[in-house]
Design a protein. Sequence first.
Length: 618
Amino acid sequence: MRPTAMFALALLLCLPSGLFADSHAYVLASGTPGSITPFNTATGTLVAAFFVPAGGYIMAVAPGTKQIWEVVASPDCICMGPWAINILDPKSGTTLATLPLSVNATALLFDAAGRFAYMSLGNGDLIKIDVASRRAIRAASLGGPGTYAGMVFSSDGSELFLVPSGTSEIRVIDSKSLTTIASIPVPPSIGSIFVFGSTLLVTNGSTLLYFDTTTLQQTNSAAVPSASGVFGVSPDGSKIYLSSNCCGGTPNTMEIVDFSSGEILVTQVFSNVDLLNLFLSPDAKQIVVASSPVLLVDPNTLATTKTVWSVGIPNSAAYLDPNNLLMLNYYTGGMMVIDQASAQVTDAFPLGLSPLSGEVADTSRDLVYVGGHYYQDGTPNVISAKSNRIVENLPVADGFAPVAIAGNQLYGIVSGGSLVYNLASGASVPLPPPVPPKSGQYVFETAGAVPPNGKTYWVPYGFMGGLSGVAIYSTATNSLVGGIPNLPAIYTVFSPDSSTAYIASPMLVAVFSTTTFQKTATFNYTTTFTSLALSPDGSILYATDEKTIYVLDAATGAEKQMFALPAAVKGTMALSPDGTTLFLTDSKTNTVDLFNTASGQATVVLVPYVPSGVVVLP
């Protein structure tokens, strides 16, 4: 079919009051900066996270000023430049200053007074920075290139202990001049170093070594689990806290070791988290596992006392004050809220997941479910439309991209297939494959859809080799009840009465009965639609080919109107519940286009991060 009419498009700087009803669009943002989430260790609650400059992989808090020093690199890889230190305001995350670095940093710490920052670099250099002036005032070459297994102060702050990579020594550095004053020979492959009082604790393989910081002589040793690291000592000096975070099937464990004898008093296995960021609280009343999820652990029994919903996998953390631990995510997805009435971004907040590839609006609960396919976190977040923040986390393994909801069942894509998660019971079950795959074939499934009555789940599938179609599942039994073979489906929407399915396919829209699963019509076009939406009364089908919005008669497929886009877009489309506004994301220009469905007028809303999906809640 050819266009029958072309309507002029006006770009408005703002919309007249009352033009749109007051709904809110929730726009996914992939490829956003990192984020910091404050965690109150006293109450076991997370505070609203804030965005920070992308690529942060080390974080430390300066004593006194409480400024956050975040070491950043290329968002693609911490091994790539440019490298820098971003100095942030601890409340808002506002960047106060940026200090460029010539190479990547491997460790960062402050003296007790917060006057100086010490940083080891990947080329083997050690630098000393005056915090007040933010200038490097000392530098020393420790032999490189290389990184360092750890860097700690002596109890009085006069000396630094560090481990040059690839060496069999612990270097002792004068903290004022950065000159090397001694060397402690140790076996290779040091795991961690920790100072308590006059004792330097060193883990090496499955051995814990004790050294006197004055004489630099070894005073004791003890057998510990392989790949252990010291993360704390009780204030009375009676207990050493160790963790082992290994691979190859070895369980992650935490141990309490008697300080004087080296005897292991308690061992606890942790199967659901990585033990990479562990902190004994300053009052020693609890251990915090800054992971996904966040755990509070009893320091006497190592029993988990509280599990807190996920904020992604922190790669660094630091105490802001005795009760607040800041957790840094290197690379997070985000969400932006666009108010329909004002056509403005009213909020933006991190989600702690990246990449994000699934988003579902739950209008009955005023919630939005978001998740990421093939992401190691594998724990989708639940967003409240009341607070515009994460309120819950769904423990779904192996990555889960939610795409549709039917009652208490959330449907999504995971590891190439479909999975259903029961919101009431917390159980998740994989759906059977659409057709038995042949030897060597890999089945993949893409975003599915559920009609308003919630009786079926329609999901496109494909095989290596070109075979494709749509699988149809019963939501009552989660069994395969039908299918549409040989139809490369791009996007599916349903009529308000759930009787009809409209499936966008190359150069056409196929219309099917949702009861018989038989084709009832085919609308042919000279273009391919990438997204569809239906008016609330089911009479109008909106379609876009990312160049134009087509207003189609839902009964015949005839073109009624066309709305030209401000520019070619790359994104998805959603219709407001009242049918007056189309939201179209554009990842090319970081904008969301709001179209008045009656007039074709559009408002282009600039968003702070790359939009990748949109849903609308009343």
